[in-house]
Design a protein around this ligand. Structure first.
Ligand code: SAH
Ligand code: MG
Length: 201
């Protein structure tokens, strides 16, 4: 359900030309379908980038509200422009800050984690307090372009190896989590869907 096709096209082009890692078509399609199916109305996104996923999430229904956090100024300003173009200022609130510094008290039906992959455990632990009673936490890039399943020795860069290790740690953290049950979906770059255990017994 993509409404402003022209804007969406422009955002994709911008992302491509400026190396902004927006979600893949498959990933965003799954995510928006999930929101529609589960009647998701209030969304908190960690990692706005230029507002691509933010806008597509807001367009899943007329009464969806998205709050999204971005720490990079250039991307934040680009996101502001895009939200205006899409005429979604009333339903999208953009916050320019490090997500780990932001104080939020509201509750959300969906918390979408798509920021610095090495910080995923911190984001999860911090923002689970903002989850509504039937809420879901979804994390993007669990496969990290297939590198998570690759032999570590084949990854040449030390920083990249470190990052992949962090994503694996996060996966174990989710698998062992006593409060949340997590389903790993092999769509896009890999999504982790975490639901409070008490909600589906
Ligand atoms: N959700 C976007 C893509 C986000 S890319 C989409 O699919 O369209 C990840 C973004 O997270 C980057 O722009 C990066 O600057 C931002 N980011 C990383 N760590 C962050 C943090 N701690 N707080 C806020 N933003 C962060
Ligand atoms: Mg992502």
């Amino acid at each position: 359900m993509i409404i402003n096709t022209e804007i969406v096209k422009q955002m994709k082009e911008y992302a491509e030309n400026n190396n902004v890692p927006i979600m893949s078509d498959e990933g965003i399609s799954y995510l928006t379908a999930y929101c529609i199916k589960n009647n998701v109305k209030r969304i908190l996104e960690i990692g706005t980038a230029i507002g691509y996923s933010t806008i597509l999430l807001a367009q899943t229904a007329q009464d969806v509200y998205v709050t999204s956090i971005e720490r990079d100024e250039k991307r934040y300003l680009e996101a502001i422009k895009n939200v205006k173009k899409a005429k979604l200022e009333d339903r999208i609130e953009l916050i320019y800050n490090d997500a780990l510094e932001v104080k939020i008290t509201e509750k959300y039906d969906l918390i979408f984690i798509d920021a610095a992959k090495a910080q995923n455990i911190k984001f999860f632990e911090k923002f689970k307090a903002n989850l509504a009673a039937n809420g879901t936490i979804i994390t993007d890039n669990m496969k990290f372009h297939g590198l998570v399943d690759q032999d570590e020795k084949e990854i040449k860069s030390r920083n990249l190896r470190q990052l992949i290790r962090k994503i694996k740690e996060y996966k174990v953290f989710l698998e062992k989590n006593k409060e949340f049950e997590t389903f790993f979906k092999d769509v896009g770059d890999g999504l982790a869907i975490s639901i409070m255990r008490k909600n589906f017994k």
